[in-house]
Ligand binder design. Structure first.
Ligand code: ABU
Length: 497
């Protein structure tokens, strides 16, 4: 059982596969211990250290690449330590991110994917995965309400929002692909003030210019105000520019608001503008009969971003870009590389997906969702979405009746619960300016204590004129009612002085 060095012991260097099996069994034990700790409320979420401490090396754990080959025993220790000093994002008290939880089926799928170690660009080297992607994309399009459509899985919602702008620009000005932007009128795109920042970044990446990414006002629930959208479209036309793209958000990142798609779609149709729905976070409500109404009209969109790695619990990353314009992805992105996408192959090359993308190599992300869908069925996803929203409503009810807590969004529609905590020392301050200055420091201070203690993690941020507040997300199936009770008692404990 003693390993020394990879060169002598592991496949393919050694002809004996037994030591490889033993090594992988040891790795499996390390992973299993981590999985058990992840779900154990008595274990910390993290063992926090500052960056300089980790970089300097801690308890024998060194990040340095010395150039020397280490023994396999050391490699096992490195694996254990890497997990030890990380964050257990599947812990029932990790409420920090839109993606959380540790879904065992998609985890197994990820292991399998890495073992297959292939690439999504051609059927030639990924026959099962490319067909699987086609099957899953067609199902997602049909859930949106499109009879036909296409899509791809890419590395995250931000990249998919970029894809959507590329498609929309190609739709309105296909000549730009060859000629570039010079000589064409300026394009303008629109998104609500609360949209995810990645919806604006294509303005910088694609040469449209950030000045041409116009923020639209939101109402008191954080939803885009359609009349402001129309006004700003008209202003851009008056300025001689071409409005071409609107992002509506289904589940904003901080508040969890759902823009009213039918109203926005009406305006987009009136002015011939592409409508993209960023449903990276909120797309999962399409799996729930109870909550699907939040995305009413999503079928009117030209494209949709939908991240199963968020509310559908699939392990990272798993993010789909979908469009009802079949053929457009290839039309705007194809480069026809002869060495990969030969048209005279002996099989149906429509399943060579590589020329639909701006990537060459593409990770297999679909298998995680495909396997989870097979294991849970539609009903499994529906139950999960409904439960996460119910747990969030339970938190809202608790906040309403607990002294010192105040909701930022009084009637949350989704699994984002945003709130301030006023510790006893600031509750009775009469000067509102001083009170808000102090309140602004509360969430960062309590968050630092959360991390130092390792007992709970909840995100915080300011928003517009609102000073720092907590944003609690429930998307993890491990969360129970007691964990929601713990949010309140732990914030009170950590914020006592
Ligand atoms: N799209 C990334 C969202 C990050 C987060 O708030 O969890």
């Amino acid at each position: 059982k003693t390993f020394k060095n990879i060169i002598k012991n592991l496949l393919p260097y050694s002809k004996c596969s037994e030591k490889t099996r033993l090594f992988l069994m040891e790795i499996f034990e390390i992973l299993m211990k981590h999985i058990s700790k992840t779900f154990d409320r008595k274990c910390k979420i993290l063992d926090f250290h500052h960056p300089h401490q980790l970089l300097d090396g801690i308890e024998g754990f060194s990040l340095e690449i010395t150039g020397e080959a280490e023994s396999l025993e050391q490699i096992l220790v490195d694996c254990r330590d890497t997990l030890k000093y990380g964050v257990k994002t599947g812990h029932p008290r990790f409420f920090n991110q839109l993606s959380s939880g540790l879904d065992i089926i998609s985890l197994a799928a990820d292991w399998l994917t890495s073992t297959a170690n292939t690439n999504m660009f051609t059927y030639e080297i990924a026959p099962v995965f490319t067909l699987m992607e086609d099957v899953v994309i067609r199902r997602m399009c049909s859930i949106i309400g499109w009879e036909d459509g296409e899509g791809i899985f890419s590395p995250g919602g931000s990249i998919n929002n970029l894809y959507a702008v590329i498609m929309a620009r190609h739709y309105v000005m296909p000549e730009v692909k060859y000629d570039g932007m010079r000589g064409f009128p300026e394009l303008v795109m629109f998104q609500s003030k609360h949209a995810h920042y990645s919806n604006k970044r294509p303005g910088a990446v694609l040469g449209i210019g950030l000045k041409n990414c116009i923020d639209i006002e939101v109402d008191d629930k954080g939803r885009m105000i359609a009349s402001d959208l129309e006004l700003k479209i008209l202003q851009s036309k008056l300025a001689g520019k071409v409005p071409f793209y609107v992002t509506a958000t289904a589940g904003t990142t901080v508040i969890g608001a759902f823009d009213k798609i039918p109203e926005i779609s009406g305006i987009c149709k009136k002015y011939g503008v592409w409508l993209h729905v960023d449903a990276a976070w909120g797309g999962a409500v399409m799996m729930s009969q109870k909550h699907r109404h939040l995305v009413t009209g999503i079928e009117l969109a030209d494209s949709v971003t939908w991240n199963p790695h968020k509310m559908m619990g699939v392990v990272l990353q798993c993010s789909a870009l979908l469009t009802r314009h079949k053929g457009i992805l290839e039309s705007c992105n194809e480069m026809n590389a002869d060495y990969l996408f030969q048209q005279d192959k002996h099989y149906d090359v429509t399943y060579d997906t590589g020329d639909k993308t701006i990537q060459c190599g593409r990770h297999v992300d679909v298998f995680k969702l495909w396997l989870a869908w097979r294991a849970k069925g539609d009903a499994g996803f529906e139950k999960h979405v409904d439960r996460c929203i119910e747990l969030s409503r339970y938190l809202v009810r608790k906040i309403r009746k607990t002294r010192g807590f105040e909701l930022v969004n009084p009637e949350p529609e989704y699994a984002n619960v945003c709130f301030w905590y006023f510790p006893p020392c600031i509750r009775n301050l009469s000067d509102e300016t001083i009170k808000h200055e102090k309140l602004n420091k509360v969430a960062p201070l309590i968050k630092s204590r959360m991390m130092e203690n390792g007992t709970i993690m909840i995100g915080y941020q300011p928003l517009g004129s609102k000073v720092n507040f907590f944003r609690n997300i429930v998307s993890n199936p491990a969360v129970d009612y007691d964990d929601i009770d713990f949010i309140i008692t732990e914030i009170e404990r950590l914020g006592r002085d």
